[in-house]
Design a binder for this molecule. Structure first.
Ligand code: ATP
Ligand code: FE
Length: 368
C-alpha cells in the first residue's frame, strides 16, 4: 500500500508518499513563514495564492523523490478540516483533480487526527493513549482510542499557545532581534529564553479555579502585554523598539505557558486513570503539534509523565509541525482500519471548523 498525503490547511504546502510499514519514500514542503512574518500574521488570500503557486511542484517533488508514479498509488489522502478555508480549498481542489484523472480512492483527513497519530509512525504505540496537541491553532487534550475514535477531555477556551507565543513575539519585535532571524514566534521565544532569567518576571497562572482540562491563553497574553507596556515606559522607549530585557520576558513567558500546560495535563492523567480509561500499567502521554517542539515544555511534560508512571512520547520536531508525512500516514492508518476511504468524490467539501472526537469535558469537571 502506498499513500500520497497532501497538506495545505494553514501556511505550509506539503506532500509525502508513505508506505504501509511507515517508510517515508519521499516528501516535500514549501513553508510560507518568512512571507507571513513580514506582514505580522497570515493573510488568508496571500496564503492561498502561495499554496496555488507551490502545490503542483511540491506534489511532483514528493512523487519524484519517492520514485512512485500516481498510477502506483493505493490512494490519495488530503487535509480537508480544520483550517483556513482558502488554504484548505487549494489542497482539496488539486487532490480531486488528481483523484479524478487517475481514478484513485480519496481519503479526507482531519488535520488534528493526523497530528495525533504521527507518533504511531515513529514509535510502536497501541491505543488507547493520552494525547496533548499544542499548535498554532489548537490546544487539545484527548484520549486516542482508535484511528478515528477520540475522547475530547479539554481544549483552549480562547486562543492556542502557538498563537499566543506568536503574538508576544510580535509585540516584542523579535523579528528584528539579531539572534532570531526567520524563526517562528514560539521558536524565537524558546531561543531567547535559554539565556534569560525567568525569575525577573512572574505571570499568574490561568484557570486556577476551573477544575477541568481546558486551557486559556488570552488573559495571560494581556498580562504579558501590560508588563511590556510598563517596561517600555520605564525604559522610555517606543512600541516596536527592542527591550533590553526581552530574554528575561521570554523565559518567564515560556515558563508560565509550560506550567499551565503541565497542570491541565496532570488533571487529564488523574481523570483517565481514575475512570479506567487508561491502565496505570501501560499509560502513555503523547505530545505533538508545533509548540511541542519546544524543549522546555517537552522536558516539563516528560518530568510529569515520569512522576505519574506514564510513558512519554513525542515525534521529532520536524514531524510535530505541519508536514505531508503525517497526512499520508493517516491515510495508511485509515486504509488499514477500513475507514473513510472514498471511491466517489461527490459531495466532498472542506470544513474550516471541525471538532476532534466525542466531547466529554463536562465529565472531567464533575469528576474532580
Ligand atoms: P494547527 O495545527 O492548530 O492548525 P498550525 O499547523 O499552524 O496549527 P503548527 O505548524 O503545528 O501549527 O505549529 C506552529 C506553531 O508552533 C507556531 O505558533 C509557532 O510559533 C509554534 N512553534 C514552533 N516552534 C516552536 C518552539 N520551538 N517553541 C514554541 N512554539 C513553537
Ligand atoms: Fe498543524
Amino acid at each position: 500500500k502506498l499513500v500520497l498525503g497532501i497538506e495545505t490547511s494553514c501556511d505550509d504546502t506539503a506532500a509525502a508518499v508513505v508506505d504501509e510499514a511507515g517508510n517515508v519514500l519521499g516528501e516535500a514542503l514549501q513553508c510560507q513563514r518568512e512571507v507571513h512574518l513580514k506582514t505580522g500574521g497570515i493573510i488568508p488570500h496571500v496564503a492561498q495564492q502561495l499554496h496555488r503557486e507551490n502545490i503542483e511542484q511540491v506534489v511532483k517533488e514528493a512523487l519524484s523523490v519517492s520514485g512512485v508514479s500516481v498510477n502506483e498509488l493505493t490512494a490519495i489522502a488530503t487535509t480537508v478540516k480544520p483550517g483556513l478555508a482558502l488554504s484548505l480549498e487549494v489542497g482539496l481542489d488539486y487532490s480531486l483533480k488528481l483523484v479524478n484523472k487517475y481514478q484513485k480512492p480519496f481519503i479526507p483527513i482531519h488535520h488534528m487526527e493526523a497530528h495525533a497519530l504521527t507518533i504511531r509512525l515513529t514509535n510502536q504505540v497501541e491505543f488507547p493513549f493520552l494525547v496533548l496537541l499544542l499548535s498554532g491553532g489548537h490546544c487539545i487534550l484527548a484520549v486516542a482510542q482508535g484511528v478515528s475514535d477520540f475522547l475530547l477531555l479539554g481544549q483552549s477556551i480562547d486562543i492556542a499557545p502557538g498563537d499566543m507565543l506568536d503574538k508576544v513575539a510580535r509585540r516584542l519585535s523579535l523579528i528584528k532581534h539579531p539572534e532570531c532571524h526567520g524563526m517562528a514566534g514560539g521558536k524565537a521565544i524558546e531561543h531567547l529564553a535559554q539565556t534569560g532569567n525567568r525569575q525577573q518576571y512572574t505571570f499568574s497562572l490561568p484557570m486556577q479555579r476551573y477544575r477541568n482540562c481546558d486551557f486559556s491563553f488570552s488573559g495571560l497574553q494581556n498580562l504579558i502585554n501590560n508588563t511590556i507596556i510598563q517596561k517600555e515606559k520605564e525604559e522610555g522607549i517606543q512600541e516596536g523598539e527592542l527591550l533590553s530585557c526581552v530574554k528575561d520576558i521570554a523565559a518567564a513567558v515560556q515558563h508560565v505557558v509550560a506550567i499551565h500546560i503541565i497542570q491541565r495535563t496532570y488533571r487529564a492523567m488523574l481523570f483517565c486513570i481514575k475512570n479506567g480509561i487508561l491502565s496505570p500499567k501501560h499509560a502513555t502521554l503523547v505530545v505533538s503539534g508545533g509548540v511541542a517542539s519546544n524543549q522546555y515544555i517537552r522536558k516539563g511534560l516528560q518530568a510529569l509523565a515520569n512522576a505519574n508512571s506514564f510513558a512519554f512520547l513525542s515525534p521529532p520536531p520536524r514531524l510535530c509541525t505541519d508536514n505531508g508525512v503525517m497526512i499520508a500516514w493517516n491515510g495508511i492508518e485509515r486504509l488499514r482500519a477500513g475507514l473513510g476511504v472514498l471511491n466517489s468524490t461527490e459531495g466532498i467539501r472542506f470544513e474550516p471548523k471541525a471538532p476532534l472526537g466525542t466531547d466529554i469535558s463536562n465529565q472531567v469537571e464533575e469528576d474532580s
